[in-house]
Design a protein around this ligand. Sequence first.
Ligand SMILES: NC(=O)c1ccc[n+]([C@@H]2O[C@H](COP(=O)([O-])OP(=O)(O)OC[C@H]3O[C@@H](n4cnc5c(N)ncnc54)[C@H](OP(=O)(O)O)[C@@H]3O)[C@@H](O)[C@H]2O)c1
Length: 296
Amino acid sequence: MPSTDLVSREGGADERQIISAFGVAMPRLIYGTAWKRERTAAIVELALRQGFRGVDTACQPKHYNERGVGEGLAAAFGTGLARSETYVQTKFTPFAGQDPNDVPYDPKASLSRQVLQSFQASLRNLRTDYLDGLLLHSPYPDDKDTLEAWRAMESLYDKGGVRQLGLSNCYELPRLESLCRNARIKPAAIQNRFYAKTRYDKDIRAFCRESGIIYQSFWTLTANPEVLAAPDLIELAAKYGRSPAQMFFRYLTQLDIACLTGTSSKDHMRQDLSIFEFRLSPAECESLGALLLRSP
Ligand SMILES: NC(=O)c1ccc[n+]([C@@H]2O[C@H](COP(=O)([O-])OP(=O)(O)OC[C@H]3O[C@@H](n4cnc5c(N)ncnc54)[C@H](OP(=O)(O)O)[C@@H]3O)[C@@H](O)[C@H]2O)c1
């Protein structure tokens, strides 16, 4: 069982990544592929060419074109990028999160079969023989079902089909604690909405830190317009000659949060990736942290 002290918050020599408790290098900025539809392949290839080394997708045709992600990855691999340099993460989405007319597995099968079928579809779509991360897209209302799906994910881990497991959209700490208590293979990552309504998942993030789980954020920019417009952040952005979005991403990556960004703009991709060119001081981080505490 990997131990939490294996988590290297510094990411070894490369500040752009965090080494997980399972020894997997996870970029601190992960390219998110939702809602790109037929543009997915071209945009994923563009993101990889700009320097992204991690992609997040889901076997959920309602919001993600996972096959397009595979096409984009294949195009980048065809021109020199190695699969081993790339962190590929997808999700098993429970039936409640799927379009009932376009479910990528047999919804009448047992939960374990659904997980297996979804995983096999992901491998085909992504044109790979292993995943770096497989997340359960959301817990089930009943913890018993969550554990059944998790057991199926554990057996994929055992067989070497996936290097680490994770959970998304889990906003209740007791549920996460329960999964961690019962899981044989512990979650390596939690992917959640990062916003004021959940107090920025303060307790969940503290638990993740203690347990060696990497916290991944989404809605990071879109759900935080007040933070991005705050005078303290604008002032700091001016000092560094960066945009408010860059400052916020930099701050969060320094807190060891792996941020999802799904920008379609080449300029924003470059700006996002260039945040590792500078580093905020502890006092500056503290002043940005105070902004989150003040948020409504
Ligand atoms: N687990 C889940 O349930 C879940 C739910 C939602 C999302 N996700 C994941 O998270 C990814 C990101 O989604 P998101 O909801 O956080 O939002 P997003 O799709 O990344 O959208 C960010 C928005 O901010 C704008 N933006 C402005 N400046 C930017 C900058 N410097 N860098 C990046 N964007 C900038 C973008 O516009 P431009 O395109 O013009 O830059 C875009 O409209 C998704 O693709 C998906 O992989 C997961």
